[in-house]
Design a protein around this ligand. Structure first.
Ligand code: SF4
Length: 343
């Protein structure tokens, strides 16, 4: 058996190592081998995580981003007058999610370096006070919260907080996130565990130059693996939105991002792995086809965005808020793949 097949075969029963992961990235640039990789990743996901997925929701822009400069790939917070959602609007979002039967959602917002996180605490307290006591809440608001805030969030039933690196290559990080701080994010990731919370993180595919991209992916996967409290990783895809400083940087291909999801599955076998920003309805292959799971986003709530506004039955615009509900269309697609989604 050739080395490629041997590694995939081995991965069905045990995690691959760094050298094997790098080899797999290099070997799967052609669709035929990439397809074999994705099949294997789905096999591992199904074997370890099963075929039942859970719906989750999300509310974005709950806090303003105060990084200066903003991340070079980020389309948010670039327009004068951009306002985060207020508490009443967030509660309206939670109500929408709850009315559709979902039991978990994330709150995402911008970063204020060295903040104590009292603004996040205020939001979560308001949600609990409004009576949404059983809904699971994940937080993704930059790497800035005190230890006390993290402990209070845990008291309020929060299970997971994210420290999203996007890349752990320091040169690439400083280039694409010049206003952010990689070391602070690493410290925050540790603090999340010390507070007894689960860690979520994320990577953006397509940020690194071609010469280092595979090594950077491997370094990321094996770096985050060492966090014992790691529960969830999402993979975003770089897209050159109009108006961002990186608008001339090439868009990350669907296949490259999918291969990243798949290799991640062969290493981080029992973690929740998902797609995030940059994936759209027309992507092929999808994160799910690459072994992502077992959560699937069904509802996403945001301020009405200025950079693209879809108009179809899945989008409701009300009071300067966007309610994107794709539970029906996603269930249909997943059913075809033999996947069941539960509330
Ligand atoms: S921290 Fe998040 S919201 Fe702020 S600029 Fe970076 S990607 Fe955008």
């Amino acid at each position: 058996m050739a080395r490629f097949e041997r590694i995939l075969e081995k991965s069905k029963n045990e995690a691959i190592n760094e050298e094997e992961a790098l080899y797999i990235f290099k070997e799967t640039e052609q669709e035929e081998k990439a397809t074999e990789l994705l099949q294997t990743a789905r096999f591992v996901r199904e074997k370890i995580m099963g075929n039942t997925f859970k719906w989750s929701g999300g509310i974005a822009r709950v806090l303003r981003c105060n990084l200066k400069p903003l991340c070079q790939y980020c389309p948010y917070w670039r327009k004068k007058g951009d306002e985060p959602l207020g508490i009443e609007e967030i509660l309206k979002g939670v109500d929408y999610i709850a009315r559709h039967g979902l039991q978990e959602f994330h709150l995402s917002g911008g970063t204020t370096l060295r903040s104590d996180g009292s603004d996040v605490l205020e939001i979560v307290t308001a949600i609990r006070t409004a009576g949404y006591n059983d809904m699971e809440i994940d937080i993704n608001c930059g790497a800035a919260m005190s230890f006390d805030t993290l402990k209070e969030l845990k008291q309020l039933g929060v299970k997971l907080v994210r420290s999203v690196f996007e890349t752990i290559n320091p040169q690439v990080f400083n280039k694409v996130k010049p206003g952010d701080d990689l070391e602070e994010k690493k410290k925050f990731a540790r603090l999340i565990g010390e507070a007894g919370l689960g860690l979520g993180t994320g990577i953006m595919a397509g940020l690194s130059p071609n010469e280092t991209k595979y090594q950077d992916y491997v370094d990321f996967i094996f770096y985050i693996k060492h966090y014992e409290h790691l529960k969830s990783v999402y993979v975003s895809k770089f897209f050159p939105f109009n108006g961002i400083p990186m608008k001339d940087h090439p868009s990350c291909s669907d296949w490259e991002a999918a291969r990243l999801v798949a290799v991640m599955r062969l290493v981080l076998r029992d973690k929740d792995i998902g797609g995030a920003a940059g994936w759209g309805r027309d992507n092929y292959p999808t994160p799910l086809m690459a072994g992502a799971g077992n959560r699937v986003g069904g509802i996403h709530i945001n301020r009405t965005p200025h950079y693209h506004v879809y108009q179809n039955e899945e989008y409701l615009y009300e009071d300067n808020m966007e309610f994107h509900n794709h539970m029906e269309s996603t269930s249909k697609k997943l059913k075809e793949l033999g996947v069941e989604v539960t509330l």
